[in-house]
Design a protein around this ligand. Structure first.
Ligand code: ATP
Length: 230
């Protein structure tokens, strides 16, 4: 089975704060992985390091069985780690076309991805008129324009209403069913249970559990997590 991402003994310090300590795990092709942990447990730091926007302190990571340098590998990675940022007075379609132009992607992908995230009917609407959930779905469409091998999402349903949450989770499952590997960070046990098959549980920068979501419920970390879920 192809390994998309390998992380070995990754550690990160921000001054006196040890944000990550000896974190190791693998992301195998075709699965949906959740990095689960409360605020401050090191989820965003982990994603930031592998996406080359945060410097590691020690340890290693490699993409695609180590066959590619990070710079090239990241061309095959779709990621949303910040609030979506589009031009407010341009339509959904225009915004995605602009991304295509910048990244040299065929415009034919725009409709395909808008359809996938359920926004095809709203493609002529200005971004500024979109709800938070629609903005997030447009960001997912944008991240998928170049058909990445893996989609990385940091807290994909944060701030959304129940309907928006439901839609995003359904879309993630649909993308996964089409063969795209997914790695998402969440502080919600419920989210990971509904969407992911594999989970890495982080607490204060260390891995408490790593394995199948089904196996997690028989692990002692599960009870602690349930107490923290909200
Ligand atoms: P959240 O959901 O709140 O972002 P998280 O699980 O993603 O939580 P991180 O954001 O990775 O956790 O933070 C891990 C630890 O590192 C926390 O103690 C945080 O305060 C600290 N930290 C993160 N970024 C920085 C930074 N740029 N400078 C200093 N400390 C930081």
């Amino acid at each position: 089975m192809e390994t998309i991402l390998t992380i070995e003994n990754l550690s990160k310090r921000y001054g006196r704060i040890q944000a990550l300590k000896d974190v190791s795990f693998r992301v195998q092709k075709g699965h949906v992985y959740g990095i689960l942990g409360p605020n401050g447990s090191g989820k965003s730091t982990t994603l930031g390091i592998v996406l080359n926007v945060v410097n590691k302190s020690s340890g290693n990571y490699s993409w695609f069985d180590g066959k590619m340098q990070t710079h090239d590998a990241l061309k095959k990675v779709g990621a949303i780690i910040e609030r979506p940022n589009f031009y407010p007075y341009m339509t959904a379609e225009e915004n995605l076309k602009l991304v295509c132009k910048i990244k040299n992607i065929n415009y034919s992908k725009v409709n395909e991805k808008l359809e996938l995230v359920g926004l095809i009917e709203r493609k002529m609407s200005k971004f500024s008129t979109f709800s938070l959930g629609m903005k997030q779905r447009l960001a997912i469409a944008s991240a998928l324009l170049n058909d990445p091998e893996i989609l990385i999402l940091d807290e994909p349903t944060n701030g959304l209403d129940p309907q928006g949450i439901h839609q995003i989770r359904d879309i993630i499952k649909k993308i996964a069913s089409q063969g795209t590997t997914i790695l998402l960070a969440s502080h919600l046990l419920d989210e990971v249970e509904k969407v992911c098959s594999q989970v890495i549980v982080l607490r204060k920068g260390e891995i408490l559990y790593s394995g199948s979501v089904d196996g997690m419920s028989s692990n002692e970390s599960f009870f602690e997590l349930q107490a923290n879920d909200n």
